[in-house]
Design a protein around this ligand. Sequence first.
Ligand SMILES: [Zn+2]
Ligand SMILES: [Zn+2]
Length: 333
Amino acid sequence: MAHDSPHMTAMVCAAPGEPLHCETRPVPEPGPGEVLVEVLACGVCRTDLHVVDGEIPALYPIVPGHEIVGRVIALGEGVTDFVPGMRVGIPWLGHACGTCDYCRSGRENLCDHPEFTGATRDGGYATHAVADAHFCFPIPEGLGDLEAAPLLCAGLIGWRAYRMAGPGKRIGLYGFGAAAHILAQLAVAQGREVYAFTSPGDTAAQEFARRLGCTWAGESTGQPPQLLDAAILFAPVGSLVPAALKAVRKGGRVVCAGIHMSDIPQFPYADLWGEREIVSVANLTREDGTSFLRPDIAGKVTSHVVPFPLAQANEALARLREGKIEGAAVLVP
Ligand SMILES: [Zn+2]
Ligand SMILES: [Zn+2]
């Protein structure tokens, strides 16, 4: 059970609206059913900005970060699925109760008593982290630590949203950041046509989307050249919901994949008419993880990562806020 250093470093958000500060803490002991990992890489997700800004429920002080790739260095009592030395991924859903109606009906993503990594339990902006072993995923061999990190939220939530979008051929992605750049590659590999919508004037993101095989890339305020079968919104911008409704055909579906979004403006009922649907995606289930982290699914994707040292977590968040990350930012301890 012994590990090398008795102390760890963590980037901590003390209260909503405060920048992260660096803390030295004793390395925690894993409790029953938990694993202790040495963090190898942790992705920076837009949800971390919502935590730092106080826009979603979180318990402060909190260590953000829910795209953790770690190496197991100690096991709590009763852990049998992992051994020290294994690489594991620790995602956003840190724990579900297992007994509520949602958990018992295969919808643990909607659990009434959930815990969320990097929001209600300390996450991966740190050198070490503990996690409920039942909610960790083995990381497939062949995936680099940095490249695997964004798969654990951007990839997983993208995958859940993609499955919810249905089997249609033409898929629109609004907001071409970490999640969209992963999902676009997967959708193209599966023979779909991907239409990428970016902020007005963001020609760099449009060019990036075309390089990844998107059929079309343009501004989110405009219309695609053809009506879409489905649209997925990754940008947290409520005005994109009516815009996306106008871009989908009759029977089309608009999937809102963000955890937080600005208000949706009023729009004419005619835009929803024709059995168009608006749905949201909340969190993930462990089945999303095991069905996604496979060689024929996640293995089709190459994450484009922009690494930052752990101590520069605030800079990474600022760059993400400005929309200046091509692909996904990843913190490296
Ligand atoms: Zn539950
Ligand atoms: Zn996330």
